[in-house]
Write a protein that binds this ligand. Structure first.
Ligand SMILES: Cc1cc2nc3c(=O)[nH]c(=O)nc-3n(C[C@H](O)[C@H](O)[C@H](O)COP(=O)(O)OP(=O)(O)OC[C@H]3O[C@@H](n4cnc5c(N)ncnc54)[C@H](O)[C@@H]3O)c2cc1C
Length: 471
């Protein structure tokens, strides 16, 4: 009821003449609280988020984005930018403001000769992988195909190709951006280089990115899939994982997980709903060498489940989609870690096995290899020394399970945090305060703040992990 009253107040304060002019400038739909479809359009991935924007502009192209940014600026309304809507803080939607919704902007053009792709800001990794796979090519993205290319890339971008080809943002060649003052620019190493630097890890602070141009790599069918072991072996598996990753070739990317085995295929019935630990592997080297590379994982144990084998890359990229459907309650906490110390392993052993509900999970993602070789000041993404990002992700359908899930994440995080390297991966942050944002951008924060001051001096784009403009 409170939310309704707040929204009505805001809506009645809108300048209806300006709204009519705005609507006339849009090729896409303008959705308001009384319109059918409003409740669907304001939903984001995290079912915990319940915000009521005054207007949702379903942009059909760059011209619509320019119109939406101009309208919000002139009317003094907050702006939320919506790409794939996965951000767990729910920054893709706001109360009382304008949502610049790019979800309908899905144009993609692959250039197989130059090995590049240009994709609009509403694409998901599933859209992009589908388009590039037809040419035997791929760009490094995230591990769930429904995630937006926009938010993920602007925050860094961690996935199965990180160790071989770097973060998603390391593969960005250029970005088309609508700035706070309505100007349209292309940021690249040659044009607007400061903006280009800031976009690679600085999040949605600098403008609305209408399209992204990525470098592509020869990745078609990879060797990949999960290995799972019983919890009784978790300590040895974590140590094995650490030792294995310390000497693994960049061709091997594997993340560690505690998870509850979902009750369905391809998992054998006897493992359903059992909490287990595992390594989810992706090997992009020669297929003939794959078995030799993963032999230490197979020798140890052996695994209770071994699903490692050839997979078309888009299949690997979407294999876990059913575990994280839209609308679950999401509460996450994360940290970067330089090493997986024995002490950190003990903290994992205390809490990892206690996953409260089936979709919740703990993942330890490697951010080493190629991602570590980029100097920390080359892009806004700062933690280039960190070897891992761990994320403690409570995901559950029933809001009644919130207390136990949130307590599990908080206690787990507090136990692990002493072994962290400082800061957090911006894409896994929730509302954690200015100090945590500063830590996350570390030694790059001051430069980011100056670039913010140049491109968005009034902080129009502030519904994000916000960098305060400085001069
Ligand atoms: C199920 C799930 C799986 C995930 N897996 C991974 C993973 O494997 N690897 C990983 O690195 N991260 C992963 N993430 C985290 C993900 O990177 C962030 O949630 C990211 O913000 C999602 O981007 P989006 O476009 O989908 O989200 P949105 O919520 O639409 O956008 C997030 C924020 O990014 C900014 N933004 C979005 N679009 C634009 C734009 N076009 N221009 C300017 N700013 C924009 C805005 O500030 C916006 O609020 C995952 C998240 C979920 C929920």
């Amino acid at each position: 009821m409170d939310a309704m009253m707040r929204d009505t107040t805001r809506s009645s304060a809108l300048d209806e003449g300006a709204v009519a002019t705005f609507r006339a400038r849009l090729r896409g739909a303008l959705i308001r609280p009384d319109d059918p479809g409003y409740d669907q359009a304001r939903k984001v991935w995290n079912g915990m988020i319940d915000r009521r924007p005054a207007l949702i502009a379903r942009c059909a192209g760059v011209a619509d984005v320019i119109a939406a940014v101009g309208f919000a600026r002139e009317q003094g309304l907050p702006i939320a930018i919506r790409g794939g809507s996965h951000n767990v803080t729910g920054h893709a939607v706001c109360d009382g403001g304008v949502v610049v919704d790019l979800s309908g902007m899905k144009g993609i053009r692959v250039d197989p000769e130059r090995r590049t792709v240009r994709a609009e800001g509403g694409c998901t990794w599933g859209d992009l992988d589908h388009a590039t796979h037809a040419f035997g090519l791929a760009a490094p993205g995230g591990i769930i195909s429904t995630t937006g290319i926009a938010g993920l890339t602007l925050g860094g971008g961690i996935g199965h190709l990180t160790r071989k080809y770097g973060l998603s943002c390391d593969n960005l060649i250029s970005a088309d951006v609508v700035l706070a003052d309505g100007r349209f620019v292309t940021a690249s190493a040659e044009t607007e280089p400061d903006l280009f630097w800031a976009l690679r890890g600085g999040g949605g602070n600098f403008g609305v990115v209408t399209s992204f141009e990525f470098k592509l790599h020869s990745v078609s069918t990879v060797m990949g899939g999960p290995f799972l072991w019983p919890l009784a072996q978790a300590r040895e598996v974590l140590r094995l994982y650490r030792n294995f990753m310390n000497s693994a070739p960049d061709d091997f990317n594997g993340f560690f997980a505690f998870l509850k085995v979902p009750p369905g295929p391809p998992f054998p019935v006897e493992l359903h709903n059992t909490t287990m630990c595992g390594v989810v592997a992706a090997y992009t080297g020669p297929h003939a060498k794959a078995d030799e590379v993963v032999a230490p994982l197979r020798r140890f144990g052996p695994p209770a489940l071994d699903h490692f084998g050839p997979l078309p890359f888009p299949v690997l990229q979407s294999i876990f989609d059913p575990l994280v459907p839209e609308g679950l309650q999401n509460y996450w906490k994360a940290d970067f870690v330089n090493e997986l110390s024995d002490e950190a392993i003990e903290a994992h052993l205390k809490y990892g096995p206690k996953i409260p509900t089936v979709n919740s999970a703990v993942h330890i993602y490697p951010v080493s290899g190629a991602a570590n070789r980029v100097p920390k000041n080359d892009t806004a993404y700062f933690y280039r020394d960190a070897k891992y990002v761990h994320v403690l992700a409570a995901m559950y359908p029933d809001p009644a399970d919130t207390a136990k899930n949130v307590a599990w994440v908080r206690d787990y995080w507090s136990a692990l945090h002493p072994y962290a390297s400082g800061g957090a991966y911006v894409n896994f942050l929730m509302e954690e305060g200015d100090e945590r944002i500063r830590e996350t951008f570390g030694g790059n924060y001051e430069r980011l703040a100056r670039i913010k001051g140049r491109y968005d001096p009034t902080n129009l784009f502030r519904l994000n992990q916000n960098i305060r403009p400085s001069s």
